[in-house]
Each structure stands twice: as C-alpha cells, then as structure tokens.
Design a protein around this ligand. Structure first.
Ligand SMILES: Cc1ncc(COP(=O)(O)O)c(C=O)c1O
Length: 462
C-alpha cells in the first residue's frame, strides 16, 4: 500500500465554452412562474427575468404549444423565397402596438442583430435619398446596443469595448443624461442640481464631424443594463428629435430591453411623446421563449426603400423571420393582451417602487431608486467605514439567499459606480415581490454582517 496521498479529485470539465471558464454554475433543471430551480432543488426568484427577457415568467403553456404546433407545420421557410402566415400576423400585432407611422416590421433573432440592421437601414435610406456622405452613427456613453462589432461601436459600454477598441468603427459619442430630475437638458431649461448641456454637446458633435456625414443617432429611451434604469429629463428626447429632424439624422430608439411593456408602456419612448424613425426590439417580444428581435420602421424610410431601392433592403439573416420563433412571439403578444400584463406592470411597478423607496430610507448602501414600471434600479453605495462590494458580488450573495438581480457597473464614467437593476417578470404578483424584497433586505444586511465578521477575523489573525 502506498503512503502517497491520493491526488485531489480533478475538476470536472465539460466541452462548453462557459461565460466564465473558471466558475461553477448552478444547473437549472426546471422553471415555473417567477422561479428557476437548480439540480439541488434550490429555488431562485428570477428578479431579473434572466437578462430582462423572460418577461412572462416560465412555463407558459400557450407559448410552448404554439411553438410546437408551428414546428410541426412549417419549421423553416427561407424569407428570400416565402412568407408565412405567422410572420404577417406577428408583424401586424407589433405594428398595432407601435407609435403612429411605424408600420413595417423587419425580423432578426437577437438585439445586436436588430441594431446592426437598423444602422445599415439608416445608411441605405440616406444613400438612396441622395445623401451619400451620411454614414456615421452617433451613440452615447453608458449605453448598450449589443456585442457585435457595429453595435459595440455605437454603444458606450467602456468595459465591453476596451479589449476590442482597435476593431471598432470610429463613431462619435455624446454623454447619456443623468436621472431626472438631477440635471436638465440645457442650461436654459432650468431645473435643480448641476446642469449639463446634453443637447449643446450633441450640436457640437454635429458641427465637428459635419451633419453631411451623420447617418443616425441611437439611444435607449430609458437606459437598462449600463445605467440601471436611468430616466432622462422629460424634454431630453424631444430635443434630440428636433436636432435629428434639423440635420436629417435617423433617430433609432433601442427598445430591446424596454419594449413590450417593461416600463409600463408598450415602448419606453411613449413616456416622452416622441416618434422615432426606427424602434429596435428583442428579448420581451417572445418573453424569452425563442430568439426573436427586429426593427419597426417609419413609413418615411420604408417608402424610400420601396421607391428607390427596388424594394430591397440590402441585408438579411438566415434566421430572419424564423417561423417557430415568430410563433413564440405571436403567442407571447397574445398573452400580453389577454392577461392585461401592462396593467399588472403599472400596479406592481408602483407597489415595488414604494417598497423600494421605504427600504432605501433605512439602507445606507442603497442610492435613490429610479426607473419606470418594472424596470427599477439603484446605485449600490459605499458606506464610510464599511467595505466596498461590487454589484456582481452582491448578486452572488443574493442568489445564495434565493433571488437573482441584474448587476451592473460603470454608470458614473464607464468605470466607477455599481448598480443593481430589478426587473422581474411582468406577471409577478405582490406575494413574490414581498419575497424578493425580503431577499434584497437580507442581502443588504448580510453584506455588512459578512464584512464585519471578515474584519473581526482579520483583526484576530493579526
Ligand atoms: C438595450 C439593449 N440593446 C441591445 C442588446 C443586445 O441584445 P442581444 O444580447 O439579444 O444581442 C441588449 C442586451 O442586453 C440591450 O439591453
């Protein structure tokens, strides 16, 4: 018998290129309503709807059935050769929900693809309208439009951009507004707090690079992951619209995270009374049951493509208009209407906001709560004498406690600032909101309990 110690058990490796190759993830084996269950039987309240996509909760049988039925009818038909009834019906439903004038829907699979398509469509629209110089897309810092190179170029997520910056298109960026009512749109709008002239900054960019070179401006109406539900001053988007009109710039509003009721309106842009030229959508359109995204395009652009481009947008994906994904979208949109999901967002969003405001008043680590509907967020603050915690680490602790939030960072300048987004399924009821709040409060307390015991241990070790 050898007295050599047996080697430690080798870590189990599978063949998946995981998001983090060094991390062990819980194994999700079942999901129902607002809960996901792992292989140990632990329940997690899905307070972030996954990546703010599972907007109708888990296990909605109508959507599952519609996908299965479509799969056995026509699972795939190339959109270069065919149209399908489910495509026409889903586009009609989306157009019905959209602001007046946005009547035509182009389909893709993910949010990044939708934004790529929107930026290319803007370019083709100008080209075919006799404005060949227009090619640049102006984006905003602290905004996210996707991880493909074009979307990343227009986005302003410093963390995601840095490694790839030599590969990115040289698109100009302007500042994203702070949460209302902290700052105003322009100095002459008045308003409390520090003032920064966001519109003036945009005007300076136009003057510097030349309106003749600018094709589009892209932004989220209410910023999701990058700022944690920051709502701009009520006049901001109207001013942006005016500038775009004056300089023939296509206004693209990215509603990939906010579309289909997340903020208490079908589209977040409705809070500001502005009609964009293109709305991009994704995530919530199927409630996460299948990858479907797209853009809703204003007639003024569609007319140009129809009349001057032989009707052809020179773009397309294999899975544009995938029938099974559209069946998921069609069934999800029916579910939204039949179950008055929008009303639930308003009611439960108001309740959640009140409860979070109360919690914030007694929790020094919570900054002021912001957002609309069921897209709420706050900064995770440092407290003097207590340790810094990242929102990612905070969320890991919350998962141990039984709820999943959506952590983010870099709100202040792309690097500094930790925030937490709270975005449960839009079907959530009060009893689950209360449970979610209990987990949040417990975790806020645990941070300092754990930290103080760590500090005590460190002192004892000295
Ligand atoms: C506002 C916004 N735009 C675009 C995207 C990219 O979508 P996808 O990851 O489906 O490509 C996201 C994803 O989080 C998003 O929040």
């Amino acid at each position: 018998m050898s007295n050599v110690a047996a080697p430690a058990e080798a870590p189990v490796r599978d063949h998946v290129f995981h998001r983090n190759l060094l991390k062990k993830y819980p194994v999700a084996v079942r999901a129902a309503g607002v809960y996901i269950f792992d292989s140990d039987g632990k329940a997690y309240l899905d307070a972030s709807s996954g990546a703010v996509a599972a907007n109708l909760g888990h296990g909605v049988q109508e959507i599952v059935d519609a996908m299965a039925a479509q799969a056995s009818q026509v699972a795939f038909a190339h959109t270069l050769r065919f149209e399908t009834p489910v495509m026409v019906e889903t586009a009609g439903r989306i157009a019905d929900l959209s602001p007046e004038g946005l009547e035509t829907v182009y389909f893709a699979s993910g949010g990044s693809e939708a934004n790529e398509a929107a930026m290319k469509l803007a370019r083709q629209f100008h080209l075919d309208s006799g404005r060949p110089g227009k090619h640049l897309v102006v984006g905003r810092w602290q905004s996210y439009h996707g991880n493909t190179l074009g979307a990343l170029s227009a986005g302003g997520d410093v963390g995601r951009r840095t490694s790839f910056s030599p590969m990115l298109a040289p698109y100009p960026h302007v500042s994203a507004p702070e949460n209302e009512p902290l700052e105003s749109v322009c100095p002459h709008d008045g308003g409390p707090g520090e003032q920064f002239d966001y519109i003036g900054e945009f005007e300076q960019v136009i003057a510097r690079v030349g309106a003749e070179n600018i094709s589009a401006f892209i932004c989220e109406a209410i910023v999701g992951s990058q700022q944690g539900a920051v709502v701009p001053h009520p006049k901001y988007l109207g001013r942006v619209r005016e500038l775009c009109d004056r300089h023939d710039i296509v206004l693209i509003i990215d509603e990939v995270m906010t579309g289909f009721g997340r903020t208490g309106k079908n589209f977040a842009v409705e809070h500001f009374g502005v009609t964009p030229d293109i709305i991009t959508f994704g995530k919530g359109v199927t409630g996460g049951y299948a990858p479907l995204s797209g853009m809703i395009v204003h007639d003024r652009i569609v007319d140009v493509i129809r009349e001057r481009s032989d009707g052809v947008f020179r773009h397309g994906y294999t899975y544009s208009g995938h029938p099974v994904c559209l069946a998921a979208g069609n069934a999800a949109l029916t579910y939204y209407t039949d179950n008055d999901v929008l009303d639930n967002v308003v009611t439960q969003g108001r309740y959640l906001r009140e409860q979070l405001d109360e919690l914030q008043a007694r929790q020094p680590r919570m900054g002021p709560v912001r957002g609309r509907g069921l897209l709420l967020g706050f900064d995770l603050l440092d407290v003097p004498g207590r340790r810094h915690i990242t929102s990612e680490a905070f969320n890991e602790m919350a998962m141990q406690n039984g709820a999943i939030f959506y952590p983010g960072k870099g709100r202040i300048d792309g690097i500094r600032g930790q925030h937490l987004l709270i975005a449960p399924p839009l079907t959530i009821q009060r009893v689950d909101i209360d449970l979610m709040l209990d987990v949040l409060e417990q975790t806020l307390t645990d941070v300092d309990v754990e930290v103080s015991s760590l500090i005590i241990n460190e002192r004892n070790a000295l």
